[in-house]
Design a protein around this ligand. Structure first.
Ligand code: UDP
Ligand code: MG
Length: 334
């Protein structure tokens, strides 16, 4: 994008069996995109990209007819259902080659589309990532609220840094998307990965509404799978916890050893008690510790296998260097 041109915005909307909500979503998004274009905030080349995640209903036929009626709407259909995160990534990776910024949003309009204005404003202020953060959970059931809270606590405890109360409603610049593309992992947990990309980021607060039609595609079991996936795919801290437990149990065995020697010297023990106690704890501790050590290596292999980028360059101050625009590798000299 040159300075005089307006940035091209791609709205990326994953859709799984969303025929009930799509017509309304398309209508409201069209109004929003038109208003943004008229105010000169985005280029007329901007698009709404619906990603059909192997829907079993008429979602794709709907997307096709939307595209036929108006080129504002484009579509991408996956070969089968691959889940929300993969559908989202598919859309973002397509968008990155066509846009200057992409905003991901759910099809059910639970995210407030008016927050898009603020997001694009932050992009113009120089942010590469803008997180949509919900400031209330009134529309959720008490059960979903509690489980969500537990989820964020557990995530933080397990070493997976995420932005609390941020789902997948966010803006990413082309350069951040290129950075994200460098993360080649298959176990995908986007809200944990995006903060790892880095660059200047900000938050926009919004009120999350209720799904206006259809039902949630995230039943409790899927949510639980999602939480476990999130932790195990972002961090290897659970493995480190095994090592620490082993060390702790082993330390207890040393204390017991000293204690039982003292008891023996004072003559107040039953024969065999000291040796049994100490060996149970010492062996247990050593076993857990050994599993932990093996775990440490498994964790290293796991991270190596993910092949995450070791760094992404933000800016380069060097007249002879290639411009940093959109570059992830950066710093390459001619
Ligand atoms: N979704 C998807 N693939 C799936 C499940 C969901 O693309 O396998 C999409 C769905 O169409 C919606 C978004 O992911 O746009 C979020 O799903 P939903 O609203 O059902 O989740 P909730 O808001 O209840 O957490
Ligand atoms: Mg929803």
């Amino acid at each position: 994008m040159s300075l005089s041109e307006k940035p091209v915005l791609y709205m990326v909307i994953p859709c799984y069996n969303e025929e009930e909500v799509l017509p309304e979503t398309a209508k409201r998004l069209k109004a929003k995109m038109t208003s943004l274009t008229e105010r000169g905030l985005i280029s007329p080349e901007s698009r709404v990209l619906f990603v059909n995640d192997g829907s079993k209903d008429d979602t794709w036929q709907l997307i096709r007819s939307l595209h036929r009626e108006d080129t504002l709407f484009s579509g991408l259909s996956l070969s089968r259902n691959r889940g929300h995160q993969n559908a989202l990534l598919a859309g973002l990776m397509y968008a990155k080659d066509h846009c200057d910024m992409a905003i991901s949003m759910d099809a059910d309009l639970q995210d407030d589309i008016d927050a898009i204005d603020e997001m694009t404003a932050k992009y113009h202020e120089g942010c590469d990532v803008v997180y949509g953060v919900r400031n209330n959970r009134d529309t959720d059931t008490a059960f979903k609220r509690q489980t969500a809270l537990m989820f964020y606590r557990l995530m933080t405890f397990c070493g997976a840094a995420t932005v609390p109360n941020h789902a997948d409603f966010r803006l990413m610049s082309r350069r951040a998307l290129n950075g994200l593309a460098e993360f080649r992992e298959v176990n995908l947990f986007l809200r944990g990965l995006v903060p790892m990309v880095g660059y200047k980021s900000d938050k926009v607060y919004y009120k999350r509404g209720a799904r206006f039609a259809g039902e949630s595609k995230y039943p409790f079991k899927k949510m639980l799978d999602f939480a476990i996936d999130g932790i195990t795919s972002l961090s290897v801290r659970p493995l480190r916890m095994i090592t620490n437990t082993g060390l702790l149990v082993f330390a207890v065995s040393i204390v017991l050893l000293i204690w039982s020697i003292v008891r023996k010297l004072t003559g107040s023990t039953v024969a065999g008690w000291s040796s049994l106690m100490v060996s149970i704890w010492a062996l247990g501790g050593l076993l857990i510790l050994s599993i932990g050590i093996v775990g440490e290596y498994v964790g290293k292999i796991y991270l190596e296998a993910k092949g995450r980028p070791r760094f992404l360059v933000d800016e380069i101050l060097d007249e002879t260097a290639a411009p940093a625009e959109g570059g992830c590798a950066g710093g390459k000299r001619p």
